[in-house]
Design a protein around this ligand. Structure first.
Ligand SMILES: [Cu+2]
Length: 145
């Protein structure tokens, strides 16, 4: 819907072209049978700290906070490379994506994710760790009003 609006948004909100995530498959393989060089990798969870998914998220600039938790110790852990993709699937059009800026929060293992929900509707946020020693992925959906 609203092609003109999208055009405008593409210009003013740093919206970048649709990028299909190259690998959506989550690592579900068992770590015990991993014969590759990845045997030193440990799994992490990426939890959403704020906002509460039940909360109403408003259109525009927003900040999410995520926390990376080591699955073994259940403790927050700082990671080298957290990647977050923010997108809105559009019917009959290319998926909208938004730029993301990630900054460490005050506590180790917590990260501020700054982005822009440039339109009302459902936005998908996919967080991924690219750290060579840790592996994890999480996705959240926000119903932006
Ligand atoms: Cu849209």
């Amino acid at each position: 819907m609203i092609k003109f609006l999208h055009l405008l948004l593409a210009v003013s909100f740093l919206t970048i072209a649709c990028s299909t995530p190259e690998n959506q498959t989550e690592a579900t393989s068992t770590t015990t049978t991993n014969s590759s060089s990845k045997s030193q990798q440990s799994k992490v969870k990426i939890n959403l700290v704020t906002p509460n998914p039940q909360e109403t998220v408003k259109m525009g600039n927003t900040q999410l906070v995520v926390e990376v938790i080591d699955s073994k110790t259940n403790q927050p852990v700082a990671v080298k490379d957290l990647d977050v993709q923010v997108s809105m699937p559009m019917e009959g059009e290319e998926t909208m994506t938004s730029m993301v800026k990630i900054e460490p929060d005050s506590q180790p293992g917590r990260y501020k994710v700054k982005t822009n929900f440039s339109m009302q509707g459902k936005w998908d946020v996919v967080a991924k760790i690219k750290d060579s020693q840790r592996q994890g992925q999480a996705s959240y959906t926000f119903n932006v009003k």
